[in-house]
Design a protein around this ligand. Structure first.
Ligand SMILES: Nc1nc2c(ncn2[C@@H]2O[C@H](COP(=O)(O)OP(=O)(O)OP(=O)(O)O)[C@@H](O)[C@H]2O)c(=O)[nH]1
Length: 187
């Protein structure tokens, strides 16, 4: 029987409690959204296979609890991740300030070559916005990573964000053959 996928990438979502990590994963894996808030206990994962550059990429997406009391459990999962998504809530300034701490946590616990991505979630709540797009753009540039504003509720940019991270991991791991093809398609 043919293999159902060409690559398996493990991704991890981190960020303060309540920013919408679980909802982003449910939107991506099941195309669903729920307004009720059930805080994640420890760790969980969901799977979705996507097509990128003609390859079937199986994404195993790990959801971590944002609460401080689960930190010892959740940081143990950083090492196995090939991509880490840092999430803040555009209506919650503190969750944006804390991105610096989450970055530090990646440095201390993740593998050296891990791909990172910054997401400002809940962008459907424009009237309650506290974090400007420019602030996050600047932070992402400083760290040399990509940035998207997303909404798990409206599904804005959710597929785009996961796919862009998967593509970056594929290009990095795929070696010269895929990179050459990518360069050729840019001209
Ligand atoms: N308006 C809006 N609400 C959202 C969005 N994403 C999540 N929420 C709401 O925010 C609350 C928290 O979402 P969760 O996904 O459980 O947050 P979390 O980051 O997983 O939280 P922890 O498990 O405690 O770390 C829930 O009430 C969601 O319905 C979004 O894009 N827009």
């Amino acid at each position: 029987m043919a293999k159902a996928y060409d690559h398996l990438f493990k991704l991890l979502l981190i960020g303060d409690s309540g920013v919408g990590k679980t909802c982003l994963i449910i939107r991506f894996a099941e195309d669903n959204f729920n307004n009720t808030y059930i805080s994640t206990i420890g760790i969980d994962f969901k799977i979705r296979t996507v097509d990128i550059e003609g390859k079937k990429i199986k994404l195993q997406v790990w959801d971590t609890a944002g609460q401080e009391r689960f930190k010892t459990i959740t940081t143990a999962y950083y090492r196995g991740a090939m991509g880490i998504i840092l999430v803040y809530d555009i209506t919650d300034e503190k969750s944006f300030e804390n991105i610096q701490n989450w970055m530090k946590s990646i440095k201390e616990n993740a593998s050296a070559g891990v791909e990172r991505l910054l997401l400002g979630n809940k962008c459907d709540m424009e009237a309650k916005r506290k974090v400007q797009k420019e602030q996050a753009d600047k932070l992402a540039r400083e760290h040399g990573i990509r940035f998207f504003e997303t909404s798990a509720k409206s599904s804005m940019n959710v597929d785009e964000a996961f796919s862009s991270l998967a593509r970056d991991i594929l290009l990095k791991s795929g070696g010269p053959e895929i990179r050459k093809r990518q360069q050729a398609s840019q001209y």
